[in-house]
Design a protein around this ligand. Structure first.
Ligand SMILES: Cc1ncc(COP(=O)(O)O)c(C=O)c1O
Length: 394
C-alpha cells in the first residue's frame, strides 16, 4: 500500500539528522551535549510522595477534562501569573504541550476558509509539531521568517491581505525557541488586531515563559484581556516540562475560549489520551508551587551571566531575553556544528534543522542556516566549559 503523501516532504527530525552529521566522527574532547533542550535541574521534591500517595489512581480511567482540582490549580496559576481569571471550562490539561499543539489543529482548523484551502502560519525557525499539525489537517503551512530584521519574531502583519484572509490558525512561540525573543504588548496588539480583521485563531506556545532574565514575559492571555480581544481567538499552551523540570511527566495545558476548548475536549473524548490520575495530582501540586520554579530560574540566570561573560565578545552574540537557548550566528551552522564536535566534543544543533527553506534547494534561504542553537541545560560549570570551548573555536 502506498504511504500517505501528506508527510512525504518532511525532512528527518532534527536529532536523527544531527546523529547522522556527527556520529561518524570521533569527538575532539570530552563529549558535552548542548544540542537537546532537555532540562537537567532537579525536579520538585514533592513528586515522589504525591505519586506514592495516589498510586491507586492507576486502577481507573482518568477524566478526559482533568480533575476539578487540577483545573482549579491551573486557573489559580493563570490568575497569579497573568492576572486573568478564567473558569475551569476554559482549561484543558494535556499530555505535554506537544500533543495539544498538534490536536488543536484537528479540533479547530476548518476544511475551508472563505472557500479556499486554509493556511496555518508558522514562525521560521519553529518547533516542528506546528508543521505536522498543519499537514495533518490538509492546511497549507506558510513559514514566516523570524529573523534579526523582524526582532526574531514572525511579522505576520507583513503578509499579503489575500493570504491573511485564508489563515485559520497562527502559531506563535514566545519566548521563542530557538531565539529566546519575547513578544511585547505592541506585538500582541498587532497580532490580535490582525486575527480579528482576518478572522483567525492565535495559538500561543509559551512553554519557556517561566525561564526569564529580567522580567516575566507577558503572555497572550494577559495581553488579550488588556486589549479586549475576543477570547475565542486566543489559546495559551503551557507546560511543566521546562517550568518544573518535569519533561517526563508529560503534563501541560491549553487555556482559551470556551467554545474552542469544548471542541478540543470533544475530540479528546474520542481520540485523546488523558493524563493518568496520579500524574494529575503531581501536576496539581506543581502548578500551586512557585518555590521550585524560582530556584530553577535562579540557576538559569546564573547561566545567562556565564554566557554573557564567556561569549559577550563574539561578533553577533545576543543575550536571550528568556528560555534556555543561545542562538549564535556562525556563518554555516552545519559546518560549525561538525567542527565543534570534531575539535572539542561539544554537540550543538545546526539552526537549519529547526527552519525551513523554500523551493527546490531547501536550505538556501532557510533562516536558521547561519546559526547554531546551544542549550544551557547542564550544570553551570559544565555550561561554562562548553561555552569556553565554543568561544575558542569560533
Ligand atoms: C517551543 C516548544 N513548544 C513545545 C514543546 C513541547 O513541550 P512538552 O514537553 O510540554 O510537550 C517544546 C519542547 O521542547 C518546545 O521547545
Amino acid at each position: 500500500m502506498a504511504e500517505p503523501r501528506r508527510f512525504s516532504d518532511l525532512p528527518d527530525y532534527a536529532f536523527p539528522r544531527l546523529r547522522r552529521l556527527l556520529d561518524a566522527h570521533p569527538p575532539g574532547g570530552e563529549p558535552l551535549a548542548m544540542s537537546i533542550g532537555e532540562p537537567t535541574h532537579p525536579m520538585p521534591s514533592f513528586v515522589g510522595p504525591i505519586l506514592a500517595a495516589h498510586l491507586d489512581g492507576f486502577r481507573v480511567y482518568p477524566p478526559n477534562e482533568g480533575t476539578p482540582e487540577l483545573r482549579e490549580a491551573i486557573a489559580g496559576w493563570i490568575a497569579r501569573r497573568h492576572g486573568v481569571r478564567i473558569g475551569p471550562e476554559q482549561i484543558l490539561p494535556l499530555n505535554g504541550t506537544r500533543e495539544g499543539l498538534y490536536n488543536v489543529a484537528m479540533a479547530l482548523c476548518p476544511e475551508e476558509k472563505r472557500g479556499q484551502r486554509p493556511v496555518v502560519l508558522i514562525p521560521n525557525p519553529f518547533y516542528q509539531v506546528y508543521l505536522v499539525a498543519a499537514l495533518s489537517v490538509g492546511a497549507e503551512p506558510v513559514f514566516v521568517p523570524a529573523t534579526e530584521e523582524t526582532g526574531f519574531l514572525p511579522d505576520y502583519a507583513s503578509l499579503p491581505p489575500a493570504l491573511l484572509d485564508r489563515v485559520a490558525l497562527a502559531y506563535v512561540c514566545s519566548p521563542s525557541n530557538p531565539q529566546g525573543a519575547v513578544a511585547k504588548r505592541e506585538d500582541w496588539a498587532r497580532l490580535l488586531d490582525l486575527a480579528e480583521r482576518h478572522d483567525f485563531v492565535v495559538l500561543s506556545d509559551e512553554c519557556y515563559s517561566e525561564i526569564w532574565r529580567d522580567a516575566p514575559p507577558e503572555g497572550v492571555l494577559a495581553a488579550a484581556a488588556a486589549l479586549g480581544a475576543d477570547p475565542e481567538r486566543v489559546y495559551l499552551f503551557q507546560s511543566l516540562s521546562k517550568r518544573s523540570n518535569l519533561a517526563g511527566l508529560r503534563s501541560g495545558f491549553v487555556a482559551g475560549g470556551k467554545a474552542g476548548i469544548a471542541r478540543m475536549l470533544r475530540l479528546r473524548s474520542y481520540a485523546g489520551a488523558p493524563l493518568p490520575l496520579p500524574l494529575q495530582r503531581v501536576a496539581e501540586a506543581a502548578w500551586a508551587d512557585e518555590a521550585h520554579v524560582e530556584a530553577s530560574r535562579a540557576l538559569y540566570q546564573e547561566k545567562y551571566r556565564i554566557a554573557d561573560a564567556v561569549l559577550g565578545g563574539l561578533p553577533g552574540y545576543r543575550p536571550p531575553e528568556a528560555g534556555f537557548f543561545l542562538w549564535l550566528p556562525v556563518g554555516d551552522g552545519e559546518a560549525t556544528a561538525l567542527r565543534l564536535w570534531r575539535e572539542t566534543g561539544v554537540r550543538v544543533l545546526p539552526g537549519a534543522y529547526l527552519g525551513r527553506g523554500s523551493g527546490d534547494k531547501p536550505d538556501h534561504d532557510n533562516p536558521g542556516r547561519g546559526y547554531v542553537r546551544v542549550a544551557l541545560v547542564a550544570a553551570p560549570e559544565e555550561v561554562r566549559r562548553g561555552l569556553e570551548r565554543i568561544r575558542d573555536r569560533l
